[in-house]
Design a protein. Structure first.
Length: 566
């Protein structure tokens, strides 16, 4: 008689189980005990783990993958965005925008700020103001009519260059007048005849959060209710489950994790979260030392549990190409047609100094950058630190990388870094955007093939935009412009289905520093998996983005959907 501890709690038969192990093995059954996979193989092999209390599930030929891991989700951004009122999504005219704001103003206390969603359709907000009937942005006068007794703020999108828009009361609250001078990073729109502000302010985006006007704006807006933010985070995670996401690596622009910690303490996290702090770029040398000393919970292998863990920290060098903020070696056209190279928040010397401090304290560093100029700063800084503190085996992370050179990738291989990026850039930004780049640079935007051929693990993330991993797997295989349908695929970008799937499973687990527990269906790992309604290894490529999730499991518990039990 077998000891009951050798029997499985659950077994799953008759599936196509894509393990994403080292050989990308495909089997038809697996077993779970105590929240972990204890057997993976053929049905005859797994039958031996069935006991009198084992629950048996029939996969009915469905395809099973490891739970997807979003390596760059911006969950807090999503949650905050869902709390903005009113929503201006799908608004077709300035008149409709005014009507929605007026409707919200009617139930808002006099003097209270009204902060709407950006103008346009999420997640990319493309084509505005041209897609509005009036083919123009609202003015302060439009917003004054909508809310004469409340300051109104329409934020700029974080994904596409557009102005923030204010009414007269909001401009007055922020001290914006005909005499205002905000410097080169923020431009106040003005009436050409009177020089008075027209309500539009360009450059007031998170990438310019250190500007005085942005700081003043943030300090003027009311704080979000923590309970509402936590409920919104729960909804974001619940939606992730519908897409088969079982873990998220949240390590960009997160200055603290108060809301996620609160949810974890109550057992309210809907999926696993591995997080890392953002190091404020404005810190001076002494403040950096103090900051690192105050965040010891992120050093070494981090702190936390299997549902919520903190490990490492991020420093951001530049911003998105479409804003003209990516620091490139050669000049390129910005959003208004101006030539520029973008800028880096760190010099080689300052980044080297900070990276050295991270290495000394065993703080796993994430470096976020887009342009090849910023990339050269990052690679050179890491090389300098590696001379004193060998980095190979530390798996430091490069995030958001869009424009690496082959020389940079070769040098990074020797340092043992891991990489996070996203292949949906053509879909969201389009051919016209990337052809603003010098020469044939568009051909090597997010060159997945180069990373893979160099032997560097590369993961994808949603970046707060399209939430479905299957969309991003499809995008990696097509590299299609959403406006024209044109494919911008090149040899530098081309990957196989197996390779694309790895970017959202085992490679994402490596980036999140949890590949010993997640990312593949193997005995001993946590039993996170997702069941799809079709086989994305064999279906037409176009159907991959149309596939849906039948069930999602975390630690062996079905947390979304269902599977028939025998």
């Amino acid at each position: 008689m077998k000891d009951t501890e050798t029997f499985a709690d659950e077994v799953y038969f008759s599936g196509k189980v894509v393990t994403v192990d080292g050989s990308f093995s495909i089997v038809d059954a697996f077993a779970v005990r105590g929240g972990k996979f204890v057997g993976v193989g053929s049905e005859s092999q797994i039958r031996g783990l069935c006991g009198p209390r084992t629950r048996i599930f029939d996969l009915n030929g469905k395809t099973v993958f490891p739970g997807f891991i979003d390596a760059h989700p911006h969950m807090l951004y999503r949650a905050e965005s869902h709390l903005l009122r009113p929503s201006l999504a799908e608004a077709k005219s300035v008149a409709e925008i005014v009507a929605r704001i007026a409707g919200h103003a009617a139930k808002t206390p006099r003097g209270a700020w009204i902060t709407s969603t950006p103008i346009g359709n999420p997640p990319d907000y493309l084509g505005f103001p041209g897609r509005l009937a009036e083919e123009r942005w609202p003015t302060k006068e439009d917003l004054d009519l909508a809310a004469p007794h409340n300051p109104v703020y329409i934020p700029a999108s974080a994904y596409w260059p557009q102005p923030a828009i204010f009414n007269s009361i909001a401009l007055e609250c922020l001290g914006i007048s005909a005499a205002s001078d905000t410097g080169p990073d923020v431009q106040i729109g003005r009436d050409p005849n009177t020089n008075e502000p027209n309500g539009r302010v360009h450059g007031l985006v998170i990438y310019r959060s250190n500007t005085p006007l942005f700081r003043k704006l943030r300090s003027s807006l009311p704080k979000l209710d923590p309970r509402e933010l936590q409920l919104s985070l729960i909804k974001v995670m619940e939606r992730n489950l519908t897409f088969g996401v079982t873990a998220a690596y949240e390590c960009h622009l997160n200055f603290d994790f108060a809301e996620l910690r609160a949810l974890d303490s109550r057992g309210d996290l809907r999926h696993r979260v591995i997080g890392g702090y953002e190091i404020p770029g404005s810190l001076d040398d002494a403040d950096q030392d103090e900051w690192i000393s105050a965040h010891q919970d992120a050093t070494g292998f981090g702190s936390g549990n299997d549902m919520f863990k903190i490990v490492g920290a991020t420093v951001s060098l530049d911003g998105p190409t479409q804003f003209g903020y990516a620091h490139m070696c050669e000049p390129y056209l910005g959003p208004s047609g101006e030539l520029g190279n973008g800028v880096s928040a760190f010099t080689l010397a300052s980044l080297t100094k900070l990276a050295r401090k991270a290495a000394m304290t065993d703080l796993r560093l994430n470096i976020c950058f887009g342009g090849d100029g910023a990339g050269e700063i990052a690679v050179s800084a890491l090389e300098a630190v590696d001379q004193e503190f060998p980095l190979h085996g530390k798996q430091w992370v490069l995030q958001h990388v869009q424009h690496p050179t082959q020389d940079q990738i070769a040098r990074l291989r020797a340092l043992g870094v891991v990489v996070q990026t996203y292949a949906s850039v053509e879909h969201s930004k389009g051919a016209d955007m990337y052809r603003r780049l010098p020469a044939e640079k568009w051909r090597t935007v997010v060159p997945l093939r180069w990373w893979i051929d160099a032997g560097l693990p590369v993961a994808q993330g949603s970046d707060g935009a399209e939430q479905d991993p299957l969309f991003h797997i499809w995008a990696a295989l097509t590299r299609a412009d959403s406006r024209s349908g044109e494919s911008l695929m090149t040899d530098a970008k081309r990957v196989s289905r197996e390779e694309a799937i790895r970017t959202y499973t085992i490679n994402a687990a490596i980036v999140a520093q949890c590949a010993d527990r997640l990312g593949s269906i193997e005995a001993g790992k946590l039993a996170d998996f997702t069941v799809l309604d079709r086989d994305i290894l064999t279906c037409d490529v176009a159907q991959i983005r149309e596939a849906s999730v039948v069930a999602t499991s975390i630690g062996g518990d079905i947390v979304y959907g269902s599977i028939r039990e025998q």
